[in-house]
Write a protein that binds this ligand. Sequence first.
Ligand code: FAD
Ligand code: NAP
Ligand code: SF4
Length: 670
Amino acid sequence: MTTYPHLMQPITLGAVTLKNRVMMGSMHTGLEETGDWNRVAEFYATRARGGVGLMVTGGMAPNREGGVFPGAAGLFSAQDIANHRLVTDRVHDAGGRIAMQILHAGRYAYGPDCVSASAVKSPISPFPPKELDEAGIEKQIADIATAAARAMEAGYDGVEVMGSEGYFLNQFLVTHVNRRADRWGGAYENRMRLPVEVVARVRAALGPGLLIYRISLIDLIPNGSTWEEVVQLAHAIEAAGADVLNTGIGWHEARVPTIATSVPRAAFAHLTARLRPEVGIPVITSNRINTPEVAEGLLSSGMADMVSMARPFLADPDFVAKAAAGKAAQIAPCIACNQACLDHTFSGKLTSCLVNPRACHETELVITTTTAPKRLAVVGAGPAGLSAALTAAERGHEVTLFDRSPQVGGQLHLAASIPGKEEFRGLIDWFAARLTASAVKPRLGHEVTAADLAGFDAVILATGITPRPAGIPGEDAPQVLGYREVLRGAPVGARVAVVGAGGIGFDVAEYLVHHGTSPTLDAALWRQEWGVGDPAEVPGGLAPEGPRPEAPAREVWLLQRKPEKPGRKLGKTTGWIHRATLQMKGVKMLGGVSYEAITPEGLHVTVNGTPQLLPVDTVVICAGQTPDRSLAAGIEALGLPCHIIGGADVAAELDAKRAIDQGVRLAAAL
Ligand code: FAD
Ligand code: NAP
Ligand code: SF4
């Protein structure tokens, strides 16, 4: 008997039967654009072997004008079809099912040829779209239907028609973009004509193939769809031939986070649950679902027929197999950080995963059994040391892992203490569970000296960092604290200056303005903070009263020397969330600051040439770090090979992504 009986139950969608109710949602990885189709096929086949019931590919452009960016992949030629055939064959050989997503970006297409319902530019694109005429609309429909027919030719089990997230079909639905007065605009029956016509034509092109339609349940933009319209559309899409409805949440231009780590788990599943009794076809729920427990809970309580998870399959291709085998604690958790997936995608880099550097690198980063086992000492059980130790042991090396702390995780404990970053706790727990199940010998609670390392064949030094002082006169005063002391609970005054506005400065500021329950752990409170209302009450689901954050716990200044807006270097897809959170809490963010002195009166600064006294009770130093390599000389004296990784190697721009990647890659090569 499985622990997740609902999740593991088969389901029939149209003519296709799936072995379980887990779908890997569509993700743009950038793999198709590399032209290495063996690599693409291996990415999907690895996940098929891991037991997922159904996968949806990254969005394929139906034509050039609809591609997300110039040169976006699509099925345009016989060669393209043959390339995709490699993928589908490999997936089917592994016992998997795969549908191709057809993604027409409309005005979100990053190019001057983009098209839409009306010539209304999106706030997130520099390109105003061309308004399509009747013939232009017919061409788009025909191209989408052709893409569906080619998907079947390429061996896919079906397609997903992307109708949400503010893309082309979604753009026709709302007066926010659709200002037309012909049969494609005006009354809702006209505005929904395009998606309904597309589904009917795709159905005809697919034959018995699976047809998934991704419907936007809450647009999170002004003048978005009403709930009544969502239901009307769902009925029409069902009648036009869709087999299943997948959930879409929020347009890309929405100023509400929808998948970031600070979004509560399953925060939008109540909307799928509300749609489910309205239609006769199954519904799939999505967004911030990352454990089998959460997924099972949604299915067992009748909120959906299936669960879609996307990023969790970057973190762990074997999610389903491990859940089915009762080994959920071994599932590498997606912590929803976006650091190696969406941030990479939006920087034009190949997607990967912070917790799993092998994601999208399956053919290049291969972990093999060693032919020459060594006795390895790993000093430091932060993410770098843990990754190196566990990978080396998996390869057959004899590994001892030391840390002065009785717990593994290193700085990840500090990250997990930030409200909105609770998911980091899952990463620590996963490392701990893997360690227990591994052959690594842990020596925790032990301050290592060079003498401990004699007798090993080699040492991996993963001792992390030492916080850097800011060098401000008066910095040794008792009201000046380091970020580590603050996050470990040191008392802090009512008015605080944070020196340094990097990732840690921002996190510390969030910690300081917060009190009570973290909104990430209380969906109702989170919705209130971000102004998420009910689409049944207000079109698009933005609360009329706007965001209503809790009052800040303290008055906080966040400072940096660079004469630019603080937070520019934060994550591409998440930086705006951190900036908006602090703005909502009244944090005063200043760039171009010179620090003069710290006195009992406060922090004396000069801002753009003007001297100022910030009347603070506490100053918190978040001025970056330097590598801690204090053991290196002793190891050298022992004559042992020493590999330095993580913060101990380079502290600048260090994050857990680099620490884990470096640890795994070193161990793979030893
Ligand atoms: P560490 O995590 O520092 O681990 C080093 C380990 O070595 C420690 O456990 C220490 O006890 C041990 N050690 C040192 N010397 C000895 C010795 N002599 N004997 C025994 N043990 C020793 N990164 C992200 O990617 N995303 C984030 O959102 C993020 N948020 C963060 C938020 C905060 C508040 C902080 C502080 C950090 C955050 N980071 C984040 C950074 C991330 O945690 C670090 O980059 C990462 O932990 C570095 O890994 P590491 O293994 O090199 O070092
Ligand atoms: P950081 O990002 O390098 O920021 C250091 C800050 O200190 C900068 O604002 C810098 O700005 C300031 N500074 C540097 N030297 C100073 C000095 N002598 N006096 C005063 N200010 C000084 O480092 P961090 O914030 O400590 O973060 C460490 C790493 O953790 C980062 O690289 C980051 O990747 C990771 N992290 C990531 C996240 C995330 O969300 N992804 C969150 C937290 C941490 P000025 O020089 O302009 O003053
Ligand atoms: Fe999840 Fe972060 Fe990995 Fe992306 S990089 S899949 S958000 S853990």
